[in-house]
Design a protein around this ligand. Sequence first.
Ligand SMILES: NC(=O)c1ccc[n+]([C@@H]2O[C@H](COP(=O)([O-])OP(=O)(O)OC[C@H]3O[C@@H](n4cnc5c(N)ncnc54)[C@H](OP(=O)(O)O)[C@@H]3O)[C@@H](O)[C@H]2O)c1
Length: 232
Amino acid sequence: MKELMSNRAHQLKLAIFAATGGIGREIVAQAVTAGYDVTAVVRNPSKMSAAVRTVTADLATADAAKLELAISGSDAVLSGLGARSSSEAGVAWRGTQAIVQAMKAVSVRRIVVVSAAPIGTVPSPGRPNPSKHDPGDGFFMRNLLSPLTKLALREHYADLALMEEILRQSGLDWTIVRPPRLTDKPLTGVYRIAYGKNLRRGLFISRANVAHLMLRVLDQPESIKQTIGIAN
Ligand SMILES: NC(=O)c1ccc[n+]([C@@H]2O[C@H](COP(=O)([O-])OP(=O)(O)OC[C@H]3O[C@@H](n4cnc5c(N)ncnc54)[C@H](OP(=O)(O)O)[C@@H]3O)[C@@H](O)[C@H]2O)c1
């Protein structure tokens, strides 16, 4: 599969947003290794260690022309964007909306983003009454962990729920990856996934393996317009 991925990789141009984040850095590293043509879009270029084409853009105040230039000619956009603190919450939906508008302006259709495992049960304006429980969650997750994290991270999760809604309504070829708690463990390429639901007893996943899935789905048309749960 690695060989297949790298054969196709040579033809693909990727625009990678939030390339200096935990997942973003992993996407860039794995994409470069696989031979993709990478443009990294970051708000702070001094944090970039990989030697790839880099565009500077703060997604809280994004300039449309700059985003269009960064995305133009790409085969796909990948985004690890997310608020680093609750005071920054709102950046995921606003930034993704700006990315979506720029993609439409330059006719790029494919986008893969990171959300979070509980978001299927978080209301958003277009989906005010989501399912109370994710079909993949077991008793402990449904009744204890999910309610607690939803309380602690409510601004982050409202931001991600709106980001998901923007993608669902975008008409683009989106895939949303919903990880549980992220770790910095190394890439293994060994993990479970499920379309449209979380994984039973799936409490952790490494950022490296999330990045692996985000690149892998580029070759999987069945992942278009899907949310995907991932876990160890
Ligand atoms: N932590 C968890 O356990 C967990 C679990 C499930 C889902 N998630 C979601 O997964 C996302 C990615 O995880 P991660 O560990 O890679 O997060 P991270 O390291 O905090 O990365 C967030 C990225 O978003 C970028 N960003 C934030 N505001 C921006 C702005 N105004 N303009 C441009 N870029 C901006 C950051 O840029 P800088 O590098 O310049 O700060 C960073 O690259 C999280 O944000 C969260 O929504 C997290």
